[in-house]
Each structure stands twice: as C-alpha cells, then as structure tokens.
Design a protein around this ligand. Structure first.
Ligand SMILES: [Zn+2]
Length: 152
C-alpha cells in the first residue's frame, strides 16, 4: 500500500524481529491513519535533507515492541514514530540539527545513541528535541553533541 509518493506501508511495518518471531505486525485502522501522517511528515524531512532516508523501525505492534524491548508508551506502537538515517546527507547529529532548524511541525525529534534519529508526528506537535547517549543516563533535553554540549 502506497502511503505517500515515496513511502509504502511496508517501509514502516517491515521488521526482521517480527519475521524471526512470526509476529504479525499489521497495523489496525487507527494506527494506519497515524502512519499516513508520519509518512507525510517524513516526506518533508526527506525534502529538507535532499536525499533518500532509510527507515530502520516504524510501526511496532505491542508484541513486536515487547520483543525489541521498547517502552510500553513508545510512539512506535501508535504508528506515530520512525527511526531513520540518511547517509547521503550526513551523520545523525547533522540530520537532527537540520530538522531542529527547520519549520517542520514534528512532535519529538530524538538523537538516539548517535546512531539514528527518532522522529514522531502527532495531531498536536510539541516540537520537542531530545538526545540519548546512554540508557542509564536517559533522555537529555535538547540536541547534544558527543561532548554533552547543546547544539543550536
Ligand atoms: Zn524510535
């Protein structure tokens, strides 16, 4: 199913963990509506970056979310969030900085472990930017470099 010009539903539901564990990661209708909003938001992100993005995780049904150790309140379970990279554009920090400086109406943009960017789109976007480098340390307010300092 085509959600937007560049994104198919399978871009958001494909999961090696789900395949291995024979988890059916098909979204219910309310989640599908959220995924359509997410895909539209990612079209804006891709246009901003000017290069194809690679989605590593999108929708996670509750069973898959448990299997990957995701937070029970994860926006991935609602179909509102995706983790992605964009090698042709640059590092996850550069991607998050570009999104932070843009006028894209995201809900949360999180630099995760300096390896990918988590972005979510919701009906009432908060424009919240966070960073996480260490699970024990948890989420830090703002976009932080590897030295812990804020990136404007
Ligand atoms: Zn995520």
């Amino acid at each position: 199913m085509q959600l937007t010009a560049n994104f198919l539903l399978t871009h958001f539901t494909a999961s090696e963990t789900a395949e291995r564990s024979t988890i059916d990661n098909s979204p219910p209708p309310d989640v599908l509506a959220n995924l359509a909003r997410l895909a539209a938001g990612l079209e804006e992100v891709q246009a901003l970056l000017g290069a194809p993005i690679n989605i590593s995780s999108g929708y996670r049904c509750p069973g898959l979310n448990r299997a990957v150790g995701g937070s029970a309140t994860s926006q991935h379970v609602l179909g509102m969030a995706a983790d992605f990279t964009c090698e042709a554009f640059g590092t996850p920090i550069a991607i998050a900085a570009a999104i932070q400086a843009s006028d894209i109406a995201f809900d949360q943009c999180i630099l995760e472990f300096n390896r990918w960017v988590h972005i979510s789109f919701s009906p009432n976007p908060r424009g919240r930017v966070l960073s996480i480098y260490d699970s024990r340390e948890g989420y830090l307010e703002g976009l932080r470099g590897t030295d812990g300092n804020l990136i404007a």
